[in-house]
Structures are given as structure tokens and as C-alpha cells.
Ligand binder design. Structure first.
Ligand code: PLP
Length: 357
């Protein structure tokens, strides 16, 4: 079966097989990783290795702390303003879809939020030209969502935020292609797409941004505390961390993010090319900003949606229904989706259109 779920998403088969093989007895310890103390030598080794591999894969310098936090990406929507506002009162946000809106709504509880640009009027089908953004040099940071998982809209550039720290929700694009981390103040990513199981959230923060948390910030949300304690102020999500480490090793074996980016570009282009030439299907996004990871599409006749999904399921093509808020279909094709999965989907779409179109 090929699982096109947007998250929790498919994981590399070999990673799951290794986890299964190590499930009851991790390297002769007689324990599952799930049963180990997070302070044990064994787990600390697993944790440090995962961080080291992530640093290598993403090109993260020592100027940045890497945190393995909990509460998913959504908890970061409040953690970020609580930590980064410092003496400032306002923050800039770009609104390009449902995840941007959620981040904005949460930040409004703590900050004066300036929505510096929005593509809402156009149905979130494009990214506003950066020349039109109303940014402010007084903002504590500029937040954007490089890939809108629900809309299938992805930036093909890194915004220039000047001297203001740039903050990015990379939940659904992390490690899918090379990114220059040094351009960012903070990057965060919920793990359940390209990294591992849900609940875990990876935060990459430039060290000079630590130590600015507001007094009322919960200890568990204070980046400085988490950094000072190696992400083990409390009991971390040990098993998710371990699985993330296995995914990082797998990614390195595939040739890293550069190789992965080439594969991801090819997978996405194939599917978009097919959608564009077959008039039975459509994708509404400005071609320049089409996501490599999440590809929404509609059927010419939406009364056929259930039949489409049923037929897909019968061929082992799973979870193709679009997000409940937008309908239609969505194929999420993260790193772990093999190219053969995309080929199988295209074949099915062609067969379905021929039969029912
Ligand atoms: N941001 C983006 C871009 C997402 O795709 C998601 C989720 O699925 C989230 C945030 C929320 O992540 P979580 O469910 O881990 O809180």
C-alpha cells in the first residue's frame, strides 16, 4: 500500500523494520528504547546521534541550538511569541493559508500582529510578491509558513527579513530539499511528516535569540531552559526521538537533502504534469508556488469523489481525501513516498479518468 496521508505520514519501510527488529531488545541491552531512562548512557547516545545527524543533514552550525520539544508544531505558535518578543510588542506575519492563520491567531494572544501580506483574497493560490510586504523594522520577528500543507502552496524563495529574525514553520517541508539555515532566526517542524512520529517538534534556534522569554512563560516552553538541559528538562518523547534518529540515518543513506530534493522535484513534477494535461483533474495553485510535498487536486465531476477514493483504496492508494476544510483530493508525497507510489497514483488517475470521464 502507498499512504498519501498529510500527517502522521508514511515512514521509510526500512526504518519501521529496524524499529521492529530492535523493539524488544535494543543492541543486546535486553530493553526496548521505550523502556530506557532518558538519562541512561544508551539513550543519551541515541539522542546525541540524532542531533548530530540532523545538524549534518540540514547544515546547522554551532551558532544554533537544536531542541527536541513536545506538543507538536501547534504549541510553537505560542512558544515563539512568548520567547522572541523580548522588549518588543509586535511581530510580523505572512498569511498564506490555514497554518499561517493558526499561527497568527495564537500570536495575537501575546503580540500586536501585523499581517504584512496575505493571499487570502485569491483563495491562497499564490504567494504575495515580497516587494509589496508591509514589514516593520520594529517587529520582534517575521513569521511565515514555507509550505502550506493543506493548500499545497510552497515558497520558492526565502524572504529577506533584513535585521529582523526570520521564523519559519517548516513542518511539512523540513529536510525535503536544501535550505540555508543561516538565513533564519528560528525554524520549527512538527515531526510527523518528514521526521518521525507525531508529538515531537524540532526547533532550530539561533543562540542569540535564547534567554529572552517573558517572565510568565511556562518553564516547559522556555527555549533557554530546554537548551540548557539538552531537551531533557523533563522526560522527553524518547521513542519519537529514537525514530527520528533512524529517519535521519535513512536520509543520509539516500544521499542527504540534496539528493532527496532532486527526487522530490521529479515526483512532484510528474504528478502536476499529469494533472495539467488531463482535463479530468485540476490543481488551483499558481504553478510557480506549487508544493513539492502536498498536491491537492479536484475531479471535474465532484460527485465522483467517493468512487475515486474507493477505487484508490482497492489499489492500495490510501488517504487521498483532501483536508476536511477544503475537500477534493490531496496527495502528500513526503520524502518517504517512493517514486513508484507516485507512478501508481498517476496510473490509477489515468485509468479512472478514462473509465468515468
Ligand atoms: N504547521 C503546519 C505547516 C502543519 O502542516 C501542521 C500539521 O499538521 C502543523 C503546523 C500542526 O502540527 P501539530 O499537529 O504537530 O501541532
Amino acid at each position: 500500500a502507498y499512504n498519501f496521508c498529510a500527517g502522521p505520514a508514511t515512514l521509510p519501510e526500512s526504518v519501521l523494520a529496524q524499529a521492529r527488529d530492535e523493539m524488544l531488545d535494543w543492541r543486546g541491552t535486553g530493553m526496548s528504547v521505550m523502556e530506557m531512562s532518558h538519562r541512561s548512557d544508551e539513550f543519551v547516545e541515541i539522542a546525541e546521534m540524532a542531533e548530530q545527524d540532523l545538524r549534518e543533514l540540514a547544515g546547522i552550525s554551532d551558532d544554533y541550538a537544536v531542541l527536541f520539544m513536545q506538543g507538536g508544531a501547534s504549541s510553537q505558535f505560542s512558544t515563539i511569541p512568548l520567547n522572541l518578543l523580548g522588549e518588543k510588542t509586535s511581530a510580523d506575519y505572512v498569511n498564506t493559508g490555514i497554518w499561517s492563520k493558526k499561527a497568527i491567531a495564537e500570536a495575537k494572544r501575546y503580540a500586536d500582529v501585523n499581517v504584512v501580506a496575505s493571499s487570502e483574497e485569491g483563495g491562497f493560490a499564490s504567494i504575495p510578491d515580497q516587494a509589496s510586504w508591509q514589514t516593520s523594522t520594529d517587529a520582534a520577528y517575521l513569521h511565515y509558513t514555507p509550505n502550506e500543507t493543506i493548500g499545497g502552496l510552497e515558497y520558492d524563495f526565502i524572504p529577506d527579513s533584513g535585521s529582523v529574525p526570520l521564523v519559519a514553520d517548516m513542518s511539512s517541508t523540513m529536510l525535503s530539499r536544501p535550505v540555508d539555515v543561516s538565513k533564519f532566526g528560528l525554524i520549527y517542524a512538527g515531526a510527523q511528516k518528514n521526521i518521525g512520529p507525531s508529538g515531537l517538534v524540532v526547533v532550530i534556534i539561533r543562540k542569540d535569540l535564547l534567554g529572552k522569554a517573558r517572565k510568565e512563560t511556562p518553564t516547559m516552553m522556555n527555549y533557554q531552559v530546554i537548551a540548557d538541559n539538552g531537551s531533557m528538562y523533563n522526560t522527553p518523547a524518547t521513542y519519537s526521538w529514537y525514530l527520528a534518529g533512524l529517519v535521519f540515518k535513512w536520509l543520509k543513506a539516500q544521499g542527504g537533502v540534496k539528493a532527496m530534493g532532486e527526487i522530490n522535484r521529479r515526483k512532484a513534477e510528474k504528478l502536476y504534469d499529469f494533472i495539467d494535461v488531463n482535463e479530468f483533474y485540476a490543481n488551483p495553485i499558481d504553478p510557480r508556488f506549487r508544493s513539492w510535498m502536498n498536491i491537492p487536486f479536484t475531479l471535474q465531476d465532484d460527485t465522483l469523489n467517493s468512487a475515486f477514493l474507493e477505487g484508490a483504496g482497492a489499489r492500495g492508494l490510501l488517504n487521498l481525501a483532501g483536508h476536511r476544510s477544503v475537500g477534493g483530493m490531496r496527495a502528500s508525497i513526503y520524502n518517504a513516498m517512493p517514486e513508484a507510489g507516485v507512478d501508481a497514483l498517476i496510473q490509477y488517475m489515468a485509468d479512472f479518468a478514462k473509465e468515468r470521464g
